[in-house]
Design a protein. Structure first.
Length: 753
C-alpha cells in the first residue's frame, strides 16, 4: 500500500505561515500542518532530486501537489541557499524578474538586463554554475507543460521540482494517489469536533479519499448548524459536481458581504492577495475581518502570511475556477467591472501617492491578473483603459520598457481604429483618455529620448483636459511634464508658461501636497539650463525633500531622475566628491533590479565620470564614460545605427564629458572629436534655440579651448563662432575662452585671416 498524505488549508484557524530566514533567498510558504503518511512521498522526492536533480509531482487539482512541494522545501531548507516557487499561471518572465531582484538584493549579484524577455536566461545562466538551489514550477495545468520544457532539458547542478496535473514530457514522476480509508478517517477526525463515527464513515465512503473533498465535507458538517450526514448525502446524490456542491453549500451560509467578496477574489490573483486589497473591494471595511473569517472557516481561502499589519491570503485554483463557473460569465463581468472601479477609485490622485499605492504588497500582480480576466470577459473598454493606465505608470516609473511597450501598443491599436469615441465619453472617461495620452508621452520621453513626440502627446492631452472637470492632480502633472520637455528642447518661454500654469493649479489647493515638490524640480531644471547652478541645486534638493517628506522612500527608483540631476549640478559646481557620492547612491538603488547595461546606468556613469575626472581619477573616469556611451549607443530605440544624426541629450552630455576627460589625458584630437559629436547632437536637438542652453555654451567653450591647445584653427572656428554668435562676446564663457586662448595666438585676427 502506497503511503498517503493529506493537507488542510485553513486560514487563521489551524496554521500560521512564516517566511524563511532572511539569508535564504526564498518566497516559499510554510506548509499546512495536517499531513498523513507523507514521509515516503518526501523521501522519494528527495531521492529523485539527489539522483536526477529533477522530479515531478503529478496529480489532479486539489490532491496536494503544492503542499507536498512546500513540505519538501520546508524540511530541506538547510540544504539550499535559494528556494523559489513559480506560479505558472502567471507570466514566467515576470516571475523570474522578481527572483532576479531578490538575488541581486540578498546575494549582492547583478544579473538583470533591461529587456524582461532575457531575464529568465540571465537567471538560468547565474544558477547553472551553482548547486544549492531549488526551483518549484507550480500550478501547471493539463497540456501546459510545454511552457516549461526548457527547464526539463536544462543541464544544471541544482534541483527542480515540477507540480503539474499532466505527466506529459515531465521527468521522474511521483504520482499522488487518493487517500486510503484509514487516511481519510484520520483526516476527518482531525477536523470534526464530535468525532462522530457515522459522519466519518460517510465522508470516507462519499468522497473516495479525495483530500480536498474530505476537508470541505468535514468543515461543512462541522460548521453548518443542522446539516446532518443524511441530508448532506442526499444533496451529494443529486449533484454532478461534488466540489461545486460543497462550495454552493458554503456560499449559502455566507453573509451577503462575504459572498460578494468571494466572487471578487476569484477574479483577481487568487494565489496571492492582501487584506489591504480586500478592504478596497468591499462596501463596508468594518466587517472585513468577519467576512474573511467566514471564508476561511469553509476552507475557501487560507492565510499564507500572518503579517499583523497586512496578512496575505490565497485561494486554491480549483475553488476559484468553481466559483467563476457557479457565478457565470454575466455575473463575473459585473463583478470584474466593480473590482476595477473600486481598485482605481482607491488609487490616490497624486503622482507620488499613486506610485506608492500601486507598489503595495500584491497590488501589481492583482492588477495584472484582473486585466487578464478583463480580456476574457470583454469588459467595458474604458475600464480596461483605466487599469492599463495605472500599469503603464508603474512600468514607466520602473523603466520596465518591455511591458510598458505592450500597454502603449494596446492603446495605439485601439486609438487608430477609432475604438475610443471621445464624443461619447463622459467627463470621467475623458480624464482617463487624456491621462493615458500624457503617460504615453512620458514613455516616449523616457524610452526614446523623444521630447518632440512627447510634447505632441502632452498637447493632445491638454486639449482634452480643458474639457474635463476636476482631475487637478493630473492636470498639474501634465503641466510639469510639458515644461520638462519644453526645457529639454530649449523652448524656454513655453516652459515658463507651463511653470506659471503649474503654480496656478497648485494654488487651487486641489493638488496633493506630495506632488508640490515637482514645482521645485522643474525650477531646478530651468535654472540649470539657464546656467543658474546654485539656484538649481537649492530647488532640486527641496524637490527631493518634499517627495520623501510625503511618503516616497529615499531609495525609491521614482527619484532616479532628480538624483541624477543633482549629481550633474554638483559636478558643474565642482563639488565632485558630493556628486560622486550621489552616483554611488544611485548605483546601490538600482543594482538589485537592473544590470549595468540598463539605460539608467548610461546617465549614472556619465555623471560618475565627470566626478572622477574632477577628483583626478582620470583612468577611472575614462572607463565610466566609455561604459555610459556604450550603453546609450547600444539602445537602438534611442539611437538607431541607421540614423544620420542623433538627438539624444544624454548622449550629447556623455560626449561632452568624454571630451573633458580626453583633455585631461592630453588626447586633444580625441577630445575635439568627442566635442564635435556632442555639438552635432545639440545642433539637431536645439536648432536655433541653442542660445537658451547653458551647457551648449559650456561645450563650445571647452571645444574651443581644446582646439586652441592643439593649434587647430579650423575646429577653433567651429566652436568659437557659434559661442560668440549665440551667447555674445561678453558672456563669461566667451571671456574665459579668449583668456585661455591668448597664449596660443588663436585670436580673432587669426580667425579672420
Amino acid at each position: 500500500m502506497k503511503p498517503k498524505f493529506i493537507i488542510i488549508q485553513l486560514i487563521l484557524l489551524f496554521i500560521g505561515h512564516k517566511a524563511f530566514a532572511q539569508e535564504l533567498i526564498s518566497n516559499s510558504i510554510a506548509p499546512a500542518t495536517y499531513f498523513v503518511n507523507h514521509v515516503n512521498y518526501l523521501e522519494t522526492a528527495k531521492a529523485n532530486l539527489n539522483k536526477y536533480r529533477q522530479t515531478s509531482i503529478i496529480g489532479i487539482s486539489g490532491i496536494g501537489k503544492t503542499q507536498l512541494a512546500r513540505m519538501y522545501a520546508y524540511e530541506n531548507k538547510r540544504n539550499y541557499d535559494l528556494i523559489w516557487f513559480f506560479d505558472c499561471n502567471l507570466d514566467i518572465d515576470e516571475e523570474f524578474l522578481t527572483l532576479a531582484k531578490n538575488i541581486n538584493r540578498i546575494a549582492g549579484s547583478n544579473i538583470i538586463k533591461e529587456n524582461n524577455k532575457s531575464v529568465k536566461k540571465d537567471v538560468m545562466d547565474y544558477l547553472v554554475s551553482r548547486d544549492r538551489w531549488l526551483l518549484v514550477l507550480d500550478n501547471l495545468k493539463v497540456k501546459s507543460n510545454k511552457k516549461i520544457l526548457d527547464f526539463v532539458n536544462w543541464e544544471h547542478n541544482g534541483n527542480i521540482l515540477f507540480c503539474s496535473q499532466d505527466s506529459e514530457k515531465l521527468p521522474n514522476i511521483i504520482t499522488l494517489d487518493i487517500l486510503t480509508n484509514e487516511d481519510a478517517s484520520i483526516l476527518a477526525n482531525n477536523i470534526l469536533e464530535n468525532k462522530d463515527p457515522r459522519a466519518i464513515e460517510f465522508l470516507i465512503n462519499e468522497f473516495k479519499g479525495y483530500p480536498i473533498l474530505v476537508v470541505q465535507g468535514a468543515q461543512l458538517l462541522k460548521t453548518i448548524k443542522g446539516l446532518s450526514a443524511e441530508e448532506y448525502k442526499k444533496k451529494l446524490g443529486e449533484s454532478t459536481n461534488k466540489i461545486e456542491l460543497n462550495i454552493e453549500l458554503a456560499i449559502s451560509n455566507l453573509s451577503h458581504s462575504a459572498k460578494d467578496l468571494l466572487y471578487k477574489i476569484a477574479l483577481i490573483n487568487n494565489q496571492r492577495f492582501s487584506k489591504e486589497i480586500m478592504g478596497m473591494l468591499v462596501d463596508n471595511e468594518d466587517i472585513l475581518d468577519a467576512d474573511l473569517y467566514q471564508l476561511s472557516k469553509f476552507v475557501l481561502i487560507s492565510c499564507v502570511d500572518t503579517n499583523p499589519n497586512n496578512p496575505i491570503f490565497e485561494m486554491h485554483d480549483i475553488v476559484a475556477q468553481s466559483i467563476k463557473k457557479i457565478n457565470g460569465d454575466k455575473n463575473n463581468k459585473y463583478y470584474l467591472e466593480e473590482i476595477i472601479s473600486k481598485l482605481v477609485k482607491s488609487i490616490p490622485g497624486g503622482v507620488y501617492k499613486a506610485h506608492i499605492f500601486r507598489n503595495a504588497a500584491t497590488m501589481h500582480e492583482n492588477l495584472e491578473v484582473t486585466l487578464k480576466n478583463e480580456q476574457i470577459y470583454n469588459s467595458n473598454i474604458y475600464k480596461t483603459m483605466e487599469l492599463n493606465l495605472h500599469l503603464l505608470g508603474n512600468y514607466s516609473n520602473a523603466s520596465d520598457f518591455h511591458n510598458a511597450e505592450k500597454i502603449v501598443n494596446w492603446f495605439e491599436e485601439k486609438d487608430q481604429k477609432s475604438e475610443f469615441k471621445l464624443s461619447l465619453m463622459n467627463n470621467y472617461e475623458k480624464g482617463i483618455y487624456a491621462g493615458y495620452l500624457g503617460t504615453i508621452g512620458t514613455y516616449n520621453r523616457k524610452r526614446m529620448a523623444d521630447h518632440k513626440t512627447a510634447l505632441k502627446y502632452y498637447n493632445r492631452a491638454d486639449v482634452i483636459f480643458k474639457e474635463v472637470l476636476g482631475r487637478e492632480d493630473w492636470k498639474f502633472n501634465l503641466a510639469y511634464l510639458s515644461a520638462l520637455s519644453n526645457i529639454s528642447l530649449g523652448y524656454m518661454p513655453e516652459a515658463e508658461k507651463e511653470i506659471n500654469r503649474l503654480e496656478a493649479i497648485a494654488s487651487s489647493g486641489l493638488v496633493d501636497k506630495g506632488d508640490l515638490g515637482l514645482i521645485h524640480r522643474i525650477k531646478a531644471k530651468l535654472n540649470y539650463y539657464q546656467g543658474n547652478y546654485n539656484e538649481a541645486l537649492i530647488e532640486v534638493n527641496q524637490g527631493i525633500s518634499e517627495s520623501i517628506k510625503h511618503g516616497v522612500k529615499a531609495d525609491d527608483a521614482v527619484l532616479t531622475a532628480p538624483y541624477v540631476f543633482k549629481a550633474a549640478i554638483l559636478n558643474i559646481l565642482k563639488r565632485y566628491q558630493e556628486a560622486y557620492t550621489q552616483t554611488e547612491i544611485l548605483q546601490n538603488m538600482h543594482k538589485s533590479s537592473k544590470k549595468e547595461d540598463h539605460l539608467v546606468y548610461g546617465r549614472i556613469f556619465t555623471q560618475k565620470a565627470r566626478s572622477e575626472v574632477g577628483l583626478a581619477k582620470t583612468k577611472e573616469s575614462l572607463g565610466s564614460i566609455n561604459k555610459a556611451i556604450a550603453i546609450l549607443l547600444a539602445d537602438e530605440t534611442r539611437n538607431s545605427k541607421n540614423s544620420n544624426f542623433f538627438e539624444d541629450e544624454d548622449l550629447g552630455d556623455s560626449y561632452t564629458i568624454q571630451g573633458d576627460i580626453f583633455v585631461a589625458l592630453n588626447r586633444l584630437q580625441d577630445a575635439i572629436e568627442s566635442y564635435r559629436k556632442a555639438q552635432g547632437i545639440y545642433f539637431h536637438l536645439y536648432q536655433d534655440r541653442s542660445k537658451n542652453i547653458a551647457h551648449v555654451s559650456y561645450l563650445y567653450t571647452q571645444g574651443a579651448k581644446a582646439a586652441c591647445k592643439k593649434q587647430d584653427l579650423y575646429h577653433y572656428k567651429c566652436f568659437y563662432e557659434p559661442q560668440v554668435k549665440e551667447f555674445g562676446a561678453q558672456h563669461s564663457n566667451s571671456v574665459s575662452m579668449f583668456e585661455y586662448c591668448k597664449p596660443y595666438n588663436m585670436d580673432l585676427l587669426n580667425i579672420n585671416n
